[in-house]
Design a protein around this ligand. Sequence first.
Ligand SMILES: NC(=O)c1ccc[n+]([C@@H]2O[C@H](COP(=O)([O-])OP(=O)(O)OC[C@H]3O[C@@H](n4cnc5c(N)ncnc54)[C@H](OP(=O)(O)O)[C@@H]3O)[C@@H](O)[C@H]2O)c1
Length: 279
Amino acid sequence: MNILLLGASGMLGSDINTVLHTAGHHVVGFDSKTFNMCDGHAVETALSSYPTPDFIVNCAAYTHVDLCETHREIAFEVNGKAVEHLARFAYRHHVPLVHFSTDYVFNGQKESPYLETDTCDPINAYGESKLAGEVAIQKYCEKFYLFRIQWLYGHHGTHFIKTISNKAQNTPHLNIVNDQWGSPTWTVEIATSVLSVLETRPEYGLYHLASEGYTHWCEYADYFLKFQNIACKLAGVPSSAYPTPAKRPLNSRLDIGKFAKTGCIKPSTWKEGIAKFLS
Ligand SMILES: NC(=O)c1ccc[n+]([C@@H]2O[C@H](COP(=O)([O-])OP(=O)(O)OC[C@H]3O[C@@H](n4cnc5c(N)ncnc54)[C@H](OP(=O)(O)O)[C@@H]3O)[C@@H](O)[C@H]2O)c1
């Protein structure tokens, strides 16, 4: 297959690039050095200079959750408007689009895992901007795989495992939030699921895609620190004790039942994913 990949140097994009290449597919990668996503003309010119691909995969996004509160305009430009351009481009060229959204489109008040059909009600600017991208894809695109993913970690970029592991080596004690629930997911496992989707082409649409099982940040940290034999005493604290510019939903659990029914390869449990990543 021929695939055009946007955001190829990001945390998820890097692993999708590697996994698709390794499986023998031809991937042309773009990042912010190739073009600014918000420049519709530049995107159109760059993408049109290649033969029509089998898929466009978009991993590019403005992902600084807290900065989105003060940089709303950039967030909506990249996560909303630029995605609309891409969706229109994909539609005009009859190319299926793969795109990633987030658990942060929900307000976190539901008491059970979120389904694809649940109402979106983001509580921060990042979630609002990502929802704008979702809406654009569903409005302008005919063939799309839209994956809501969450709590990513991987070999590239910065993420919770890297940050906390570094901190924990220099302090005997850390307070970690224990009232936000979700599922830590390894980027390589998302990439493997995406590969499986591209090769088997289940029904187009919106899917929740994450590791199996759920945890909170404190239990998550406890698991990977023990796995690495890093001795640091953790204390669970409520979100209110750790205020951030952007509010986070308390319940970020995604129900992955719809994706599981496709028969495509799905991520393992959150503990198995971390064990594989750290081994
Ligand atoms: N990380 C998570 O936990 C998480 C959770 C839920 C959903 N997601 C979604 O998953 C996708 C991938 O996330 P990620 O964590 O891999 O993100 P990331 O590491 O921040 O990578 C984002 C990519 O987007 C590119 N980019 C940003 N602004 C751009 C612009 N104006 N023009 C062109 N390229 C631009 C970046 O290029 P440069 O590096 O060159 O700037 C980078 O390659 C995103 O859609 C994100 O919203 C992530």
